[in-house]
Structure formats: C-alpha cells, structure tokens
Design a protein around this ligand. Structure first.
Ligand SMILES: [Zn+2]
Length: 72
C-alpha cells in the first residue's frame, strides 16, 4: 500500500490527512495526476489500458483485474 492524493500535489493538493488515502502502488500509478472527477470518468478505461498494455507483475495484475470486476 502507498498513500495517494485525492487532489494531486502538482495540482495544488496538500500533504494532509484529508487529501490522502491508502492505495495500492499500482492504483496510485494508474490514477497518476488526475483530479478525482477526471479519474472517476476514465477509471474503467485506465484500468483496462493498464491491464492490456502495461508490464504488470502477477500481483499487480490481480489487483487491476479485481478493480475492473468491481466496476462492471
Ligand atoms: Zn487498488
């Protein structure tokens, strides 16, 4: 697990508890620098792209597949 920012730091998000949530490292990478609403809109596509095109470790692949199942 890692700590992800709801509002990315590069877009003015702060390093404080209200802006942080625990996330898998791979989910953190997938969310990248998107704002929460942008991420919500594109979530399924982003996870699918990661699954299809990224070089994922076995465990990361399981996390991404599980997340995708929840979105359907
Ligand atoms: Zn996750």
């Amino acid at each position: 697990m890692s700590l992800d920012h709801y509002i990315p730091r590069c877009r003015g998000g702060l390093d404080e508890a209200s802006n942080l949530f625990p996330a898998h490292k791979i989910c953190n990478s997938i969310k990248s620098n998107l704002m929460p609403d942008e991420f919500e809109r594109q979530k399924q596509k982003l996870y699918q792209t990661a699954l299809d095109n990224w070089h994922l470790k076995h465990k990361e692949k399981q996390i991404v597949e599980k997340a995708l199942q929840k979105m359907k």
